[in-house]
Design a protein around this ligand. Sequence first.
Ligand SMILES: NC(=O)c1ccc[n+]([C@@H]2O[C@H](COP(=O)([O-])OP(=O)(O)OC[C@H]3O[C@@H](n4cnc5c(N)ncnc54)[C@H](OP(=O)(O)O)[C@@H]3O)[C@@H](O)[C@H]2O)c1
Length: 299
Amino acid sequence: MSSLYRPIVAIAGLNGSLGQQTLKALLSPEFINDFQLPIRVLTRNLSNLDGNVYYSADMAQYLYADYDDPEVLDAALEGVDVVINLLGMYPRSWIRLGEAAYRIGAKLYIPSEFGPDHRYFNYESPFAEKQVQSNHARGNGIKSVQIFCGIFMEHSIPSGGHLGIDLPGRRVTAVVQAGRPEPRVTFTSVRDVAMTIASVASRSPSSLPDTIRIAGDTWTLRQLGEYYQSLIGAGVHITTQDYSTFSQLVLDQNIPVLDQSISGHYQLAAGAGLLDYSNEWASAGMWQWRSIQHLLAGI
Ligand SMILES: NC(=O)c1ccc[n+]([C@@H]2O[C@H](COP(=O)([O-])OP(=O)(O)OC[C@H]3O[C@@H](n4cnc5c(N)ncnc54)[C@H](OP(=O)(O)O)[C@@H]3O)[C@@H](O)[C@H]2O)c1
């Protein structure tokens, strides 16, 4: 993006949903010239890289990470400008990584978000821990940019245990609030999340907002069911489930909030209309965002 600012970037959490795609995006023709290479890639298990694309040493430097050992983390991150947290739901490790980013003097921290914009939830959820990590990083004085994207498209369409979507089984169930229109739900391709991360990482931290919502495509589940019906020329059973009843199931007071079902929380947020985003991040023609039609057409 800028020829003057070419940050050194580290990603943490190679082996999850976003690691490989984010590394690919950082090293894509669209962004590779925006960064100093190699990209630092932190993983807890260097011998567990099977099945991953392995980049040469001038492109990616694979480093051992121990989130309980500050010295190991600091050594792996020394000199890094941008720390990208792609870890799963491990709040303790998030805090440790954010603290290491601060200690080594990173200019930008991208926390592990990539889901719902939980700032608007009016009930307790496991996602609250995500806000804690950003508040902590900001409290330390490091710029932290939260990226909210709704649901990963490829994880939920054509079939996702969360959100009640089962297109192969020709069934869709939407959680709906009584007397309210059926909510729209944002689905974003993992690749588009990764490209957005690369795009954010390439920019001067002072030019960035604290939060960004992105949206690959935003549909009601009924629209999704009806579209699939028209594609296959056979009926899809579309039903609704009452929000109040569903929320009692998900927000079970007998289960500690961190142990509650993440999938249930996604479905609840969708039902509350809290996953209805529009795209705040223009790719300025650098890449084409994947739509639900693209996904279902295998594009
Ligand atoms: N919006 C959506 O639909 C959606 C779906 C899935 C995930 N997400 C979000 O995407 C982010 C990544 O999720 P994910 O599904 O990829 O998570 P994950 O598979 O559970 O974990 C990602 C990586 O974190 C590292 N890791 C595992 N256990 C760890 C521990 N105890 N401490 C520190 N690191 C550990 C591992 O990387 P190494 O083995 O390389 O160390 C692992 O591959 C999360 O913020 C998650 O909430 C969003």
